[in-house]
Design a protein around this ligand. Sequence first.
Ligand code: HEM
Length: 154
Amino acid sequence: MLALDDAESQSASHTSTKPKKSAISRTIVNFLLDALLLAIFVALAAAALILRFIFPPATQADGWTLWSRDYDQWSAGCFNLFGLFALCVLVHVMLHWSWICGVVGRQISKWRSRPVRIDDAAQTVYGVGLLILLLISLGVAVAAAALSIREPPL
Ligand code: HEM
């Protein structure tokens, strides 16, 4: 695990006033992750455009290759890139989770006209809860597709 040292990590901990000893600055971690996100996003966009507009439609793409990869290999590569992108977005959002909870807390404080502070434990519970909710939604969508797909008529 990385030890983090900037203002966000200190404000996120709420318990210590001393700056933490760090191996690598949180700003650098964010910067590298954001740069990686951007690079993966561009690669994903390029792969999607190539599959959509350069290859013929999937049903007619048998035998077509681009840079020694056929349609199925490009499609698998595109999916792998998506998986990597999703993982990086997850880490990116985790690194900004206390910021997101701060914004939500301030908004709720305004609505209720009294200060509402989402503490570290509650932030973790809401984060894990949201992740579970998103995974369930994804599971429901994929299950609905699996149950609804039809084979071509003979
Ligand atoms: C191509 C993908 C993305 C790129 C290149 C990107 C880049 C960035 C950059 C440069 C920052 C400011 C620096 C930092 O604190 O890291 C940032 C902040 C942030 N991003 Fe992203 N981001 C991406 C996707 C997302 C997604 C999908 C979400 C949410 C689902 C998200 C949520 C946030 C939040 C909450 C912040 C903090 C906002 C703030 O401090 O004002 N980002 N992002």
